[in-house]
Design a protein. Structure first.
Length: 334
């Protein structure tokens, strides 16, 4: 039997030396792009303003509101005007916002993107216009376009909280899974790494798996339906805390306070449910740290110092009843 692993630690991304990029002009031609690719050692100049655009999914999710709030406070401390917008996980809307940033002469863009493949076009447009993009939380499926991609180590975090969950389940029972937005890389990574732990126990059986698209209301309704079809379940694993909170409330409203539930994010709402005993735990993605680091790296980049690496993994923290008091506002304090 495996014991649960509660992992903790903060990590800041190193900012040293220079990275490959190219100096390009606003003329978005193929020739300009090719010239930029050959201009090794030079950094994208930005659009000429002191404006940072912060583009995220809807701030109805407190996780993404944290991104906008931290980008704003950190950027303003560094002397920038920060303009925040939401793409609502719509790649077309995201592209329009990138085009607005280019027209506005943005110095840099901080983005929690609308899809690993669908977002490549928008980041390419910013690159071609000489504006560096700093991706947070979600990666894109192409390297060399973003100045940095700072993401939580979802594989490590999902596996860590799954360890706590299988112990809470006593290594047996039937369970359901709520997936996030299936076009999002994080959805697949979290699910795969939940199962890398759970599938080692043959007495744990998944009887339902549905997408609730990261949404609390949808998670509530999906959980209601799952409970009606599978009243024997004793556990639910959720791809994020927003869905986990919807699942918890649906279980409580159905008189099922016995169901063991986990999520991923590290939200204050999840922390409250952990303290009340209605959730087993969550994997904290240190999004406050990730966002602050991204804005600081953007400032350093615009002043001549690029990140040592484009892709940067920030470790997650497994949070359970044992250490939940150390969590607040997506920040874990030792």
């Amino acid at each position: 039997m495996k014991s649960k692993k509660v992992l903790a630690g903060l990590m800041t991304a190193a900012m040293v030396s220079s990275m490959f990029a190219g100096a390009v002009f606003a003329d978005e031609t193929e020739a300009a792009t090719e010239a930029a690719a050959e201009a090794a050692g030079e950094l994208l100049p930005g659009g000429g303003s002191k404006i940072i655009y912060c583009i995220t999914p809807s701030t109805s999710n407190v996780y993404f509101k944290t991104v906008q709030d931290l980008a704003t406070s950190t950027g303003e401390e560094l002397g920038y005007e920060v303009k925040c917008f939401s793409h609502d996980d719509d790649a077309a809307a995201q592209l329009e916002l990138f085009e607005a940033a280019i027209a506005d002469g943005a110095a840099a863009i901080v983005c929690d993107n609308a899809g690993a493949d669908a977002s490549v076009e928008a980041v390419q447009k910013a690159y071609d216009a000489g504006i560096p993009t700093f991706l947070v939380d979600r990666e894109i499926n192409q390297s060399g376009l973003a100045a940095a991609q700072l993401v939580a180590d979802n594989a490590q975090g999902a596996a860590a909280i799954a360890e706590a969950w299988v112990e809470a389940m006593n290594y047996e029972g039937k369970y359901a899974e709520l997936l996030g937005l299936e076009t999002d890389t994080n959805c697949q990574v979290r699910s795969e790494n939940f199962h890398s732990v759970i599938d080692e126990y043959p007495d744990l059986e998944m009887v339902a798996q549905q997408s609730a698209n990261w949404d609390q209301t949808e998670a509530y309704s999906k959980t209601e339906a799952i409970l009606q079809s599978n009243p024997e379940i004793t556990g639910i694993i959720c791809g994020n805390d927003t869905m986990a909170c919807g699942a918890v409330q649906a279980c409580l409203d159905a008189g099922r306070d016995d169901i063991k539930i986990i999520g991923v994010d590290g939200s204050d709402d999840a922390a409250a449910y952990i303290k009340s005993g209605n959730m087993v735990g969550t994997a904290l993605q240190q999004i406050a740290l990730i966002t602050q680091t991204a804005v600081e790296e953007a400032d350093a980049y615009l002043n001549g110092t690029a990140p040592a690496e484009e892709k940067q993994l920030i470790p997650c923290v497994a949070v359970t009843a044992e250490n939940v008091d150390k969590l607040a506002g997506f920040v874990y304090t030792e």
